[in-house]
Design a protein around this ligand. Structure first.
Ligand code: HEC
Length: 400
C-alpha cells in the first residue's frame, strides 16, 4: 500500500506521455499506411475500354480472402454514395498526440532536452518559444511558396523548398541541442504535412464534392493542388520517420555536421520513395536510385563520426588502472540524478556494480564518444571524468 505514496505528478505525466506516444505511433502508422496505399493504387490504375467514361481507371486486388475491384471516378459518379469514407483523422490525430508528446517531453523539460550550453546560450523558455513559433511560421512560409509563382513549376518548387529546409536544419542545429533540433525539425515537417491535409487537401475535396452534387464542373485547380500537396507528403514520410527514431541514436545528432547529416538523410529518403513511386506507376524501376540513396546514407554516417565534438585524446595503454570506486563515484554524481528506478529513462539504471558493468559499452558511447550524456550536462561532468570512464572501459570495465 505504501507505494501509492509514490504516485506523484511526474508518474502521472510519465503515463500520459506514454499514452500520447502510443496513440501518436498508431495514428501515424494508419496515416502513412493509407498514404502509401493510395499513392500505389493511383499509380496502378489502368484505363480499359469497357469502363464508364467517368472512370479514369481500374485495379483488381486480392486481400484477406476476397477480391477487390477498385475504380477511380474523376468526375461525379451517377449518384453520390450515402457513405463516403474520408481519410483525415489519421493525420489529425497523429498531429494532436504528437504535439501533446512534444509538450509533455520536450517543452516541459526544455532545459535538458532543447538546450545545450555548448551550442547556444539560450534559456529554456526561449527554446520552447522559438520551437513553438517556428511550427506555425514554417507552415506559412511553405504554403506561401507553393502558392507563389514558383509553385507552378515543380522543379523550381522542389529546389526552393530544399534550400529552405536545409536553412532551417542549419539554424535549428546551431540553436537547439542536437536532440532538440532533430525532433523540432520532425515536428515542423510533420506539421506541414498535417497542414496540407487540414488546410488544402480536405477543403479542396469538400469543394469538389459540393460542386459535383450541384452538377457543376469542379475547378481543376483544386484537384491539382491537392495532388501536389499529397505528393509532397509522400516524399517527406521516410525522413520524418528517421527523425522520430533518431533520438535513440545520439551519434546521428551529437556532432558538428549534424545539419549535413540530416540533409543527407532527407535526400536518401526522397530517393527511396521515388524508386517506389516510379515502380508502382509501372515505370521501369530505376535501380541506380538505391546505390545513390546508399551513398547519401553512408555520407551521413561518415560525417557524423568526423564531426564528433571535443574528442578526447586516445586511450593510453600505459595509463594507471582505474579503480572501480572512482567510476562508481562519477556515475553516482553525474548520472544517478536521472537514472534511478522507477522512472529511469529507457530503463537504464546504475544502482550496483553489475548494472554499471553490463552497461559499460553504452556508457562509453553516451558519455565519452558522443557526449550525449549527461543530458544537457546538467550535472557538470568534467573532461577528466569522461577520460576516467573511457580508460575504465578500455581496461575491460572490471568490477570487484
Ligand atoms: C538530466 C538527466 C540525465 C542525466 C544526468 C543522465 N542521463 Fe542518461 N538519459 C537521460 C534520458 C532522458 C535518456 C533517454 C533518452 C532517449 O529517450 O533516448 C537517457 C538515456 C541514456 C542511455 C540510453 C541511451 C540509448 O538510447 O541507448 C544511456 C546509456 C545513458 N543515458 C547513460 C547515462 C550516463 C552514463 C550518464 C552519466 C554520465 C547519464 N546518462 C546521465 C537522462 C539523463
Amino acid at each position: 500500500m505504501s507505494n501509492f505514496a509514490l504516485l506523484d505528478i511526474d508518474t502521472a505525466l510519465e503515463w500520459l506521455a506514454m499514452l500520447a506516444r502510443w496513440v501518436h505511433v498508431i495514428a501515424g502508422v494508419c496515416w502513412i499506411g493509407s498514404s502509401f496505399y493510395f499513392m500505389a493504387l493511383d499509380a496502378e490504375l489502368k484505363s480499359r475500354p469497357h469502363l464508364d467514361v467517368r472512370v479514369k481507371g481500374e485495379a483488381w486486388q486480392v486481400h484477406g480472402g476476397g477480391f477487390y475491384h477498385m475504380q477511380k471516378y474523376v468526375v461525379a459518379p451517377e449518384f453520390m454514395p450515402e457513405e463516403l469514407t474520408w481519410f483525415k483523422w489519421e493525420a489529425y490525430s497523429t498531429w494532436i498526440f504528437g504535439f501533446a508528446l512534444l509538450c509533455l517531453t520536450y517543452f516541459y523539460n526544455a532545459s535538458i532536452y532543447l538546450v545545450d550550453p555548448d551550442v547556444a546560450d539560450i534559456t529554456p523558455v526561449m527554446a520552447a518559444g522559438v520551437g513553438l513559433v517556428s511550427l506555425g511560421l514554417g507552415w506559412l512560409v511553405y504554403t506561401g511558396l507553393c502558392r507563389s509563382p514558383i509553385g507552378k513549376n515543380q522543379g523550381q518548387l522542389a529546389l526552393a523548398g530544399w534550400v529552405l529546409l536545409v536553412a532551417v536544419i542549419y539554424f535549428y542545429t546551431h540553436f537547439f541541442s542536437g536532440r532538440g533540433a532533430f525532433i523540432l525539425i520532425g515536428a515542423l515537417v510533420g506539421s506541414i504535412m498535417v497542414g496540407n491535409v487540414f488546410f488544402v487537401i480536405i477543403p479542396n475535396q469538400r469543394k469538389t464534392v459540393a460542386c459535383l452534387l450541384r452538377g457543376e464542373t469542379p475547378n481543376a485547380m483544386w484537384g491539382y493542388e491537392a495532388k501536389q500537396r499529397s505528393t509532397h507528403n509522400n516524399y517527406l514520410t521516410l525522413p520524418v520517420i528517421f527523425i522520430m527514431l533518431s533520438g535513440h541514436y545520439a551519434i546521428t545528432f551529437q556532432n558538428r555536421f549534424a545539419w549535413i547529416v540530416l540533409s543527407c538523410v532527407f535526400v536518401s529518403g526522397f530517393l527511396v520513395r521515388h524508386w517506389f513511386n516510379v515502380s508502382n506507376a509501372g515505370g521501369k524501376p530505376d535501380w541506380k536510385l538505391w546505390p545513390a540513396a546508399g551513398c547519401f546514407f553512408v555520407a551521413a554516417m561518415l560525417l557524423s563520426v568526423f564531426g564528433l565534438k571535443d574528442v578526447l585524446p586516445a586511450f593510453d595503454p600505459k595509463a594507471p588502472k582505474v579503480e572501480f570506486a572512482e567510476v562508481e563515484r562519477i556515475v553516482n554524481e553525474r548520472c544517478r540524478v536521472c537514472h534511478v528506478a522507477p522512472q529511469a529513462p529507457q530503463g537504464i539504471v546504475f544502482e550496483n556494480a553489475r548494472q554499471i558493468h553490463t552497461l559499460a559499452p553504452k556508457i562509453y558511447i553516451q558519455a565519452v564518444k558522443t557526449r550525449a550524456m549527461p543530458l544537457g550536462n546538467v550535472t557538470g561532468i568534467t573532461d577528466d571524468e569522461r577520460q576516467t570512464l573511457r580508460d575504465w572501459v578500455a581496461q575491460g570495465a572490471s568490477v570487484p
